[in-house]
Ligand binder design. Structure first.
Ligand SMILES: C=CC1=C(C)c2cc3[nH]c(cc4nc(cc5[nH]c(cc1n2)c(C)c5CCC(=O)O)C(CCC(=O)O)=C4C)c(C)c3C=C
Ligand SMILES: [Fe+2]
Ligand SMILES: [Fe+2]
Length: 353
């Protein structure tokens, strides 16, 4: 008999008036982020990009059309160029990407906060949609530890099919293999949660206070997606716009103080506009010499922020005549972010602990 079965049998024998069967089992809290390659060498990059870019939630072209292009043109070149970019930001000490290091720190901090609130009946861990640790392996670990109830939180404030829905698909897929499924609660997106907005506003205030001169404008740069996905019903664009508005209201700023733009264009289709790289150059040409950039869609700094924003996007601004570029880091394991995520999780744990 497995440890999980033994526990359940034991609680089944508890007489009337005592906690209902399974109540003493740990409740799992599973955080999910996008994923990252195991290394920046060609084969690690290729394995990761192949899994990522074969996901139909990310690239929705029919396989017969997309796979020949992916397997030859894209995976022939991109592992080298992306690998070189990952090398620039790699955490050599721990031999992992920044996204991995930060996700581990967030998991530890949320674990400590939830244990303080609910005691040791809560088990907190993280998984990645692509690469390791896989969703299936961490779900297995939770089930083996006796979790009969699991709360699943995709670490994306704004909903996108390419991020939240595919993370959910993956845990549902893993559950399909379980003879005895645990109960699962999926946490909805939190793009307008007051504590998330407050955490963003706090990070902007801190960054501005550290500067000698106030930036002319703050650019909120979100990861982009093909415009067509939004036309087909994805709410991502509207949620990004609303996050910017709530952030502006929380800061007490005017409309001209903050802009919304979208970065990381990939492939031949038109993506959400304005494109950050073009927008910052345009701002410089309009005479805005000092800008700050924040990336509210990323819960952790990653290649898109550390390399793209601080590399290509910063260069575009300076090249067009800009003089001062300030990048405001993602919320990462900022205590205000951990407090926001802990609150979101606590709401979704209601009645379970
Ligand atoms: C934060 C929200 C994200 C959305 C929305 C999103 C949509 C989306 N992404 C691609 C293609 C790529 N994304 C890449 C990296 C990447 N994307 C996100 C998040 C969102 N993507 C993150 C956090 C990361 C960084 C991961 C890391 O390890 O640091 C990449 C780059 C991969 C590379 O260059 O190696 C691509 C390509 C599409 C097509 C899409 C919408 C449909
Ligand atoms: Fe992406
Ligand atoms: Fe990018």
């Amino acid at each position: 008999m497995s440890e999980a079965q033994r526990r359940e049998t034991a609680s089944d024998e508890i007489p009337a008036g005592h906690p209902v069967p399974g109540r003493s089992a740990p409740v799992g809290v599973l955080l999910a982020n996008l994923g990252t390659p195991d290394g920046y060498d060609y084969w690690s990059m290729r394995r990761y990009l192949n899994e990522f870019l074969s996901d139909k939630r990310v690239i929705d072209y029919p396989s017969w059309k997309w796979q020949p292009i992916l397997q030859t043109v894209i995976l022939g070149k991109r592992p080298f160029s992306s690998g070189a970019n990952y090398k620039l930001i790699w955490n050599e000490e721990l031999n992992e990407s920044p996204l991995m290091t930060i996700t581990k720190a967030q998991t530890a901090a949320i674990g400590a906060a939830l244990t303080e609130r609910f005691g040791d009946r809560v088990m907190v861990d993280f998984c990645m949609r692509y690469g390791n640790p896989s969703t299936e392996s961490v779900l297995r670990r939770m089930i083996d530890a006796g979790c009969r109830r699991i709360v699943f939180l995709p670490l994306y404030p704004q909903y996108a099919g390419a991020t939240v829905a595919t993370a959910n698909d993956q845990i549902f897929r893993a559950l399909m293999k379980e003879k005895r499924q645990p109960s699962l609660r999926v946490v909805p997106e939190y793009f307008d949660h007051p504590l998330y907005i407050q955490a963003l506003a706090g990070s902007v205030r801190r960054a501005y206070e550290a500067l000698d001169q106030r930036p002319d404008v703050l650019v909120a740069s979100y990861h982009g997606m093909p415009k067509r996905y939004v036309e087909e019903g994805d709410p991502y664009y509207c949620q990004c716009r609303k996050t910017t508005r709530l952030l502006r209201e929380s800061l007490g700023w005017n409309e001209a103080d903050i802009d919304t733009s979208f970065q990381s264009v990939f492939g031949p289709e038109e993506w959400l506009r304005p494109y950050t790289v073009e927008h910052v150059a345009e701002l410089a040409k309009q005479g805005k010499k000092r800008i700050a950039v924040i990336a509210p869609a990323f819960s952790a700094d990653c290649i898109e922020t550390l390399e793209e924003i601080q590399g290509e996007i910063q260069e575009a601004f300076l090249h067009a005549g800009g003089e001062s570029f300030t990048y405001i880091p993602c919320l990462n394991d900022d205590p205000a972010h951990i407090a926001a995520l802990t609150e979101v999780l606590s709401d979704n744990l209601a009645g379970w602990l």
